[in-house]
Design a protein around this ligand. Structure first.
Ligand code: NOJ
Ligand code: MG
Length: 575
């Protein structure tokens, strides 16, 4: 079969090891039959796969997941109430977006105390209870660490801005005005305008990559490093299983504050930040020394995980694995969000990514998060099913964004209801992230069962149809598909840790093989709406459908040719 993506095959060979016990405890609903024995891999130096290599992560945006005290905003006790659901769904870890005290200028990504819980979300005691309840169900809990910037109301910044002589002055990035009295250089804020804010009291500018309410910390200052590493210790000692680190690639800036160059590919209408390449304000070589310190600290605890939020091209992204595993365990791989939904582009990108990973680098995949339009809106409801199959069968750790398992889509929010500072700050060009942050759809009850009060963002109009209560009993629902995929994945080592081999395909089809210890699965996905036939020459396809995006084909035989309906995906267990 002719193929457009016959790039060199990436085949990662991994030795056999014994299945770890942790994993065994993570299944909410173990399948009847005995689990297949051992599993492949680990990375060099490891004797077995770690929980986060086998497991699936689920992102919770706490304001929108479950409101236990009926103030219209989700909270920790609400998450605890829904842990049984997450266990039933079959995810292994939850990552919770920021829960710390914050003035909420950027909904928690402006932290005013790194070692406490915002009263809106609960108390430290409630956090401890949630952590314990999560662990009791065999799941892990990851927090969101926001080290690049604090709130402007954090006591550190209040001190820093109080005078040039204050001992914490150098904890943030202060600079004199340029000769003309303007900002020190041309750096832009991601949320619009100059990244420099004039401070009248002390007659200098301070730098903020995001809102002016989010001043950037000076990570070149060893005291800042120590204070922030202490924050990690605080939570690790409480028992959290790791962190997703906010805007990791922003953390260090050019010491000479050189101007950023123009972006030759800028298209008018894109956010003004894009007009320049962030060559000097992000992704500086020194950031890797800081990540290495975080990693060293985290490695002092058992099996904790560091994930980095990094939007960079693959070649740069993989540098965040660090030399000899000194980086983050998982630099978030956002290609399934940023690429066009095109089979050839995605197949090529998967190969490129697999081929770019360092020896110790474990892959990961993400379909959505609280900053991006929802996958169901990006690719459509039918293709979102194919996307789910792709996410959960590629090699590497998947992260599911809350509600995507229901097929939740972006919710239109009237201009007067916009809450997101990214939109409010850049009228006309700033894309609002609110539509992807609406309340989780639990049931057909008022406010989706999320809260008895009016929720902080509106609920989707179609929630009476698309909600957990209804979808869990419907074998054709998105939720049932996600659960089937998660169950299949949890009992098939080949899908968790097996080798990945691309299988040549063309047109709208993506095809690949996952195999381990004699078990082989062929995944065939139709990213188009028209039916198609796939006939891989190698391996010859004789097998049984183990999972299908549209119910009904499971258990049916496939011999030689695979007939794929429009928007259809199949996981075929080969004989
Ligand atoms: C990335 C976070 O995901 C986003 O929500 C936030 O606005 C920025 N970082 C600033 O912290
Ligand atoms: Mg609440």
């Amino acid at each position: 079969m002719r193929t457009l993506d016959d790039s060199p095959r990436t085949r990662i060979r991994i030795p056999t090891v014994i299945m770890d016990e942790t994993h065994q405890t993570l299944q909410a609903d173990p399948p009847e039959q005995a689990r297949p024995e051992p599993v492949a891999t680990p990375l060099p130096g490891q004797t077995r796969h770690l929980w986060w290599q086998r497991g699936v992560i689920y992102q919770i945006y706490p304001r929108s997941f479950m409101d236990s005290d009926n103030d219209g905003v989700g909270d920790l006790a609400g998450i605890e109430q829904r842990l049984d659901y997450l266990q039933w769904l079959g995810v292994d870890a939850i990552w919770i977006s920021p829960i710390y005290p914050s003035p909420m200028a950027d909904f928690g990504y402006d932290v005013s105390n790194y070692t406490d819980v915002h009263p809106l979300f609960g108390t430290l005691a409630e956090f401890d209870r949630l952590l314990e309840a999560t662990h009791a169900r065999g799941m892990r809990l990851l927090l969101d660490f926001v080290p690049n910037h604090s709130s402007d109301l954090h006591p550190w910044f209040l001190e820093s801005r109080s005078s040039r002589e204050n001992p914490r002055r150098d904890w943030y990035l202060w600079s004199d005005a340029a000769a003309d009295g303007g900002p020190p250089n041309n750096w832009r804020s991601v949320f619009g305008g100059s990244a420099w804010e004039w401070d009248e009291l002390t007659g200098q500018y301070y730098y903020h990559a995001f809102l002016k309410e989010q001043p950037d910390l000076n990570w070149r200052n060893p005291e800042v490093q120590e204070a922030m590493l202490d924050v990690l210790r605080f939570w690790l000692d409480r028992g959290v299983d790791g962190f997703r680190v906010d805007v990791l690639w922003h953390m260090v800036k050019d010491a000479r504050l050189r101007d950023n160059p123009p972006n030759p590919d800028y298209v008018p209408g894109q956010p003004p930040y894009e007009e320049l390449l962030a060559s000097f304000s992000t992704d500086q070589p020194e950031v890797h020394d800081i990540v290495a310190r975080m990693r060293e600290l985290v490695d002092g605890y058992e099996e904790r995980l560091l994930i980095g939020e990094i939007y960079l091209p693959i070649a740069r992204l993989v540098s965040y694995y660090g030399e000899d595993g000194s980086g983050v365990h998982l630099p978030f791989n956002f290609q399934l969000i940023t690429l066009p939904w095109d089979a050839r582009a995605i197949a090529a990108a998967v190969s490129e990514y697999e081929g770019s990973l360092p020896l110790h680098g474990w892959p990961n995949w993400v379909l959505g998060n609280h900053d991006q339009p929802r996958v169901a809106s990006r690719v459509g409801r039918e293709q979102a099913r194919v996307a789910a199959m792709l996410l959960l069968t590629l090699r590497g750790t998947p992260t599911i964004y809350y509600g995507d398992e229901l097929g939740m889509h972006d919710v239109a929010i009237p201009p007067e209801g916009i809450r997101d500072p990214q939109a409010l700050n850049m009228p006309g060009v700033g894309r609002s992230r609110d539509p992807a942050r609406t309340p989780m759809q639990w049931s057909a009850h008022a406010n989706t069962g999320f809260s008895d009060a009016e929720s902080w963002l509106p609920v989707s109009m179609d929630y009476p149809r698309f909600n957990v209560e209804r979808e869990r009993d419907d074998p054709h629902s998105m939720l049932s598909l996600y659960r089937s995929l998660l169950m299949l994945r949890s009992r098939e080592p080949a899908l968790q840790v097996g080798d990945y081999t691309p299988v040549p395909a063309d047109g709208a089809v993506i095809c690949y093989l996952r195999e381990h210890a004699g078990a082989r699965f062929l995944i065939a996905l139709n990213l188009g709406h028209a039916p198609t036939i796939v006939e891989p020459a190698h391996p010859p396809v004789t097998g049984t459908v183990a999972c299908a995006t549209y119910r009904g084909r499971e258990g049916t035989r496939v011999e030689g040719r695979i007939l794929l309906g429009g928007d259809e995906g199949l996981v075929i267990q080969l004989d």
